[in-house]
Design a protein around this ligand. Structure first.
Ligand code: RP5
Length: 178
């Protein structure tokens, strides 16, 4: 039988446009890898303000725990959502604009005091970290998720060791070959 509590959506992944999807897929992939139930939505702060507002105002009541928001250009989406909910909002500046996402970074990170948006790095690294930040928040009350997070961190450390070994082998080979 399905465990209903575990199947309930815990994270909303919101993006300003379908053009943000290639970046946001990194967050979606990571949430999927951790088996975190999530939903994916398109809502624009500028083009569909009412849709954005309805989502933000209902999210807490729907049982959502964390909202991940990606937007590019004059990226007001994360701040707009954060202003209409008490849930933690994690922002990802999407790097689709001619200025490489710097506009989105400043629009997302420079929130006036009082309405926080936890802003990640520009682009795919930020999207991956947004999902990992959501997992860290959820893991505070979920031992199984905390164990998965520990395995993820341990695997990364092992990867570095492997790279070190591969590098040493290559340098030794090159030395022997003269
Ligand atoms: C933002 O404007 C979106 O988040 C997207 O990054 C950017 C461009 O949107 P499109 O013109 O590609 O739909 O609101």
């Amino acid at each position: 039988m399905k465990d209903k509590a575990k199947d309930d959506v815990q994270v909303s992944v919101v993006m300003g446009s379908d053009s943000d999807l290639p970046v946001m897929e990194e967050a979606i992939r990571t949430l999927t890898a951790f088996d975190v139930p999530h939903e994916i939505l398109i809502a624009s702060a500028h083009r569909s303000p009412e849709r954005t507002s309805t989502f933000a105002k209902n999210a807490l009541q729907r049982g959502i725990k964390v909202i991940i928001v990606g937007a590019g250009a004059a990226a007001h989406l994360a701040g707009s959502i954060a202003s209409q909910t008490l849930l933690p909002v994690i922002g990802i500046p999407v790097d689709g604009s001619p200025v490489g996402g710097l506009d989105a970074l400043l629009s997302t990170v420079q929130m006036p005091g009082g309405i926080p948006v936890a802003t990640m790095a520009i682009g795919k690294a930020g999207a991956r970290n947004a999902a990992l930040m959501a997992v860290r928040i959820l893991a505070l009350g979920d031992e199984e998720l905390r164990r998965k997070l520990q395995t993820y961190v341990d695997d990364m450390a092992r990867e570095v060791e492997k790279k070190q070994t591969a590098l040493e082998e290559r340098l030794n080979r090159e030395k022997q070959e003269g």
